[in-house]
Design a protein around this ligand. Structure first.
Ligand SMILES: Cc1ncc(COP(=O)(O)O)c(C=O)c1O
Length: 381
């Protein structure tokens, strides 16, 4: 009989921890524990956090995928496992946004995005946790009838007050009118900006990005415990708050870590500008002296394909590869394109083979189902 201990008898966290250490060959180096503690203190002093997301999310090695791609040290940060109504990056943002909503004593949250929005689904779920009513203004991309599947089905189950807008409707105006109507009927609405990224509406601070400063600290600490210097973090970037938070966190505690945004919609210059702007106000909100320029923000826009929400072959194949090699499911709008980007960047030797690169899984998996037709056609099903 082998004396080897079966993995099933090892607690999951311990197993993952030892898995990470074994998966990488990096020497132990010093990590700035002091800087981390300082930033963590600043975050706690300045911002109240309503603990909605299940933290820490695992940081795990992607051994089989790394082998398939011919690189050594690939890891995944499982923010698809934040636990709020199928998980995803919005839960970390909502930790801080809901604290603000509660402080404002709001009884209704009004927010907006597209029909298959992960942001709206998670906002509706977070609202329900605190007895707050969600109003979702969902902009249609075309005039065809909507189908209650994926995120929209979940919005329905959460009994969100869903209002559909035709593609040419004035969204901001509609939200203002809706909020006024709610106020006149005696309600206290909180208007949450799209994606929870850029301050606006009732949100005065970049609270979504603050959630991702916290995420960077968490990831950095997990990596430090295993002695892994993080060379790069690759993520899907849309409204820019997730990337901006990581950028601010990295600058403060691990300036050598490159935060690489794979755009899912905007052009490189536009997204660089947005991320730098959010990073600037995030740093200022934390009293950090750091300043960010668009040129200093790393964005690749080559992987958008035909546009936002349009699944392409490289993204479909990346989803399949992650599923087959690791048993992990990505989504067709964000993480599929981000992994397609990472695969290409490894191929083009943007990352050295021995660098430690984290793929941030930001969730979005409920959208797999409405995309079944595109997935099957790209993958020859
Ligand atoms: C699954 C998923 N990943 C990534 C993102 C991008 O995050 P951000 O809007 O903060 O750039 C989103 C935003 O909607 C998302 O839903």
């Amino acid at each position: 009989m082998s004396a080897k201990r079966s993995t099933s008898s090892v607690p999951r966290r311990v197993f993952l921890q030892s898995g990470i250490a074994a998966a990488v060959s990096a020497p132990r180096i010093g990590f700035s524990q002091g800087a981390r503690a300082g930033l963590s203190r600043l975050l706690n002093d300045r911002f109240r956090r309503q603990p909605i997301s299940h933290l820490p999310t695992p940081l795990e090695p992607l051994r089989a995928l790394a082998e398939a791609l011919g690189c050594r040290n690939l890891l995944i940060k499982r923010d698809d496992q934040t636990g709020l109504a199928f998980g995803g990056n919005k839960a970390r943002k909502l930790d801080y946004i809901m604290a603000d909503v509660i402080r404002e004593k709001a009884d209704t949250i009004v927010t907006t995005a597209g029909v298959q929005s992960n942001w709206c689904r998670q906002t509706a779920a977070a609202a329900r946790m605190f007895g707050i009513d969600p109003v979702l203004v969902l902009a249609k991309r075309d005039t065809s009838p909507v189908e209650y599947e994926g995120n929209l089905l979940l919005d329905f189950l959460l009994n969100a007050d869903v209002r559909f807008l035709e593609p040419d409707a004035d969204r901001s105006r509609y939200i203002e009118v809706t909020a006024d109507e709610l106020r006149r009927s005696g309600r206290r609405p909180y208007i949450a900006p799209i994606g929870g990224s850029m301050p606006g509406g009732s949100m005065r601070d970049p609270l979504g990005a603050i959630g991702y400063v916290n995420a960077f600290l968490e990831m950095n600490e997990q990596a430090a415990r295993s002695g892994i210097p993080l060379d790069g973090v690759v993520l899907a970037s849309g409204s820019g708050g997730t990337q901006a938070g990581l950028v601010v966190g990295a600058r403060a505690v691990s300036p050598k870590t490159r935060i690489v945004g794979v755009s899912v919609s905007g052009s490189r210059p536009a997204l660089q500008k947005t991320v730098a702007a959010i990073a600037d106000i995030t740093a200022a909100a934390l009293d950090l002296k750091d300043k960010f320029t668009p040129e200093g923000i790393i964005v690749f826009d080559e992987y958008v394909g035909e546009g936002y929400g349009k699944l392409n072959r490289p993204a479909a194949e990346a989803i399949r590869l992650m599923a087959v090699k690791q048993g992990i499911l990505l989504d067709p709008v964000y993480t599929g394109k981000a992994l397609a980007g990472l695969i290409d960047l490894v191929k083009k030797e943007y990352f050295r083979k021995d660098e430690n690169v984290v793929f941030l899984h930001t969730g979005g998996t409920p959208a797999l189902f409405p995309y079944r037709g595109d997935l099957l056609s790209h993958l020859g099903g």
